[in-house]
Ligand binder design. Structure first.
Ligand SMILES: [Zn+2]
Length: 426
C-alpha cells in the first residue's frame, strides 16, 4: 500500500475533503426522484421479486468507533434496520484472509488465503497482495465467492476492489469489476456504485461488493484512539450519508438491501511492547518466514526443526504452534500454506523480524476473540428487521446471509444462516 497521510497532513486534507463532500452532496443527480414515490408503497420482503444486496466494507473499522465518534449515518442505518453488537473476524485478523472469508463463508484455512502473503508448497508459488500476477491467479483462491454463486444463479454482480474479484474463480468474475487502485477517490467509488445500480434493469447488478481502505490506514499510524482516526471515521460517515441519499433517490431503492461492515478492528501498539525475533532465532534455520506484525508463519529446514521449535517457544509475549496444533477455536493451521510453525503476538505486542520499529500506533492480526479485533455490522432494507440489535457473530455467516436475501442456494461453507437469520424479517 502507498504511504498514508500523517496527522498534520490529514487535518489539511480533511478540510479539503469536507468541502468537497459538501459540494458533492449538494450537487443534484440526474435521477433525483422524490423519496415519497417509493416510501409510500413498500414491498414486503417476501414479495420482493428481485432483491438487491449492496455490501460495503470499510477496512479496519473497529466495532466501537461509533460509540466514540459522531456517526449519524450509521445510526440512521441502525434506526431503520439492524446493527450487530460487533462482527468477529476469522484468524488471522488480517485484511485479505478476512475479505475472502466474508465473500466465501469459509475460514482462511479452508479458502486458502491464509495470510496477506504466503508460499504455496503445491505450486511452489508465492501469493502477495501487491503482486498483480498472484492476485489475478485463480489457483490461489479456494471456495466459491458470493459473486460466483450469484452469477451461476443468473444474478448480475459487481465488485469494486473486493479481494478475489480480480481473478476468474471457477472461471467466473463479477460482470463488473475493477483493478485495484489505492488512490481511486472514495467519492468516485460512490458514483460508480450508484451508476451501476441505475443501469437499465437487464444490465443492473443485484449484488454489489465494494471497499474503502480507511479507517485502517489512519488506525495504523495514529492508533484506534487517535484524534485523526476519529476525524477519518466522521469523514467516512459523511460519505456514507452522501451514498445513502443518492441510493434512496433511485426508483427501485426499496428493493436494495444495504450492508456496511468491516474486516477487522484495530489494537493499540506502543514502542515499549516490541519483540525482535532475531534475538531468539536464526533466520538460517528456515526456508521461508512469511508475515508481518503480529503474525508470522515459518517453514523450517529439516535439521533445525527441534532447535527452531524450542527457540520459538522461548519467545515472550507470543503464542506459537506447530502445524495442526493451533487451538480448535481459531480454525487455523491445517492448510499446507500455513507451513510448520505459526506465531502470533499477544494483544498490544509488536513483533518484527529485524527489530526495526514500525512506528505504528495500531495493528491487527491478533486473536479475533479479543474485542479490539471486532468490527462493525449495520444493515437496512426490506430483508432486515427495523431497530433490531443482533449479538456478535462471526463473519463466516455473511455469505449465507446474502444467499438467503438473494434467494440462492449457498455452496458448502463453514458459516450458517441460523446464526444470522434472526435479523431478517420473517
Ligand atoms: Zn483490513
Amino acid at each position: 500500500m502507498p504511504p498514508r497521510p500523517h496527522a498534520s497532513q490529514l487535518s489539511f486534507l480533511r478540510s479539503l475533503l469536507f468541502t468537497a463532500t459538501l459540494l458533492y452532496a449538494l450537487c443534484p443527480t440526474p435521477y433525483a426522484l422524490s423519496p415519497k414515490l417509493y416510501a409510500q408503497n413498500p414491498t414486503p420482503y417476501a414479495l420482493s421479486p428481485k432483491p438487491f444486496v449492496v455490501m460495503l466494507s470499510m477496512d479496519g473499522y473497529r466495532w466501537d468507533y461509533p460509540e466514540q465518534c459522531h456517526t449519524p449515518n450509521l445510526d440512521r442505518i441502525a434506526d431503520r434496520g439492524v446493527k450487530a453488537h460487533s462482527i468477529q473476524s476469522a484468524f488471522p485478523s488480517k485484511t485479505f484472509p478476512n475479505h475472502y472469508t466474508m465473500a466465501t463463508g469459509l475460514y482462511p484455512d479452508n479458502h486458502g488465503i491464509v495470510q496477506n502473503s504466503f508460499y504455496d508448497p503445491e505450486t511452489s508459488r508465492k501469493y502477495a497482495i501487491r503482486d498483480r500476477d498472484a492476485v489475478e491467479d485463480p489457483s490461489f483462491y479456494g471456495g466459491e465467492p458470493i459473486w460466483v454463486t450469484a452469477e451461476k444463479n443468473g444474478i448480475t454482480s459487481a465488485s469494486f476492489f473486493w479481494v478475489g474479484s480480480e481473478a476468474p474463480i471457477k472461471g467466473i468474475q463479477p460482470t463488473y469489476w475493477k483493478k485495484y487502485d489505492h488512490n481511486f477517490p472514495f467519492e468516485n467509488r460512490i458514483d460508480t456504485v450508484i451508476y451501476w445500480l441505475n443501469l437499465p434493469e437487464e444490465k443492473r447488478p443485484r449484488l454489489v461488493m465494494w471497499y474503502f481502505d480507511e479507517p485502517d490506514g489512519i488506525g495504523h499510524t495514529e492508533g484506534p484512539h487517535g484524534e485523526a482516526t476519529f476525524q477519518m471515521v466522521a469523514y467516512l460517515d459523511s460519505l456514507l450519508g452522501v451514498f445513502l441519499d443518492k441510493l434512496e433517490q433511485l426508483p427501485h431503492a426499496h428493493e436494495i438491501n444495504v450492508i456496511v461492515t468491516s474486516d477487522h478492528g484495530m489494537g493499540i501498539n506502543t514502542p515499549d511492547k516490541h519483540i525482535c525475533l532475531k534475538h531468539y532465532i536464526e533466520t538460517d534455520w528456515f526456508r521461508e518466514i512469511e508475515g508481518w506484525n503480529p503474525n508470522f508463519i515459518f517453514k523450517v529446514k529439516e535439521n533445525y526443526y527441534d532447535t527452531a521449535w524450542q527457540a520459538l517457544q522461548a519467545i515472550p509475549h507470543v503464542s506459537v504452534w506447530k502445524h495442526g496444533e493451533v487451538p480448535e477455536r481459531l480454525n487455523y493451521g491445517r492448510n499446507p500454506r500455513t507451513r510448520d510453525f505459526i506465531l502470533v503476538a499477544d494483544s498490544a505486542w509488536q513483533v518484527s523480524l529485524t527489530g526495526r520499529h514500525s512506528n505504528s500506533a495500531g495493528a491487527h492480526g491478533y486473536d479475533p476473540f479479543k474485542k479490539d479485533m471486532h468490527a462493525i455490522f449495520y444493515a437496512k432494507g426490506l430483508a432486515f428487521k427495523q431497530g433490531y440489535v443482533h449479538p456478535t457473530f462471526e463473519n463466516i455467516h455473511l455469505y449465507p446471509l446474502i444467499c438467503e436475501i438473494l434467494g440462492i442456494e449457498p455452496a458448502p461453507i463453514d458459516g450458517h444462516i441460523d446464526y444470522v437469520k434472526e435479523m431478517l424479517r420473517p
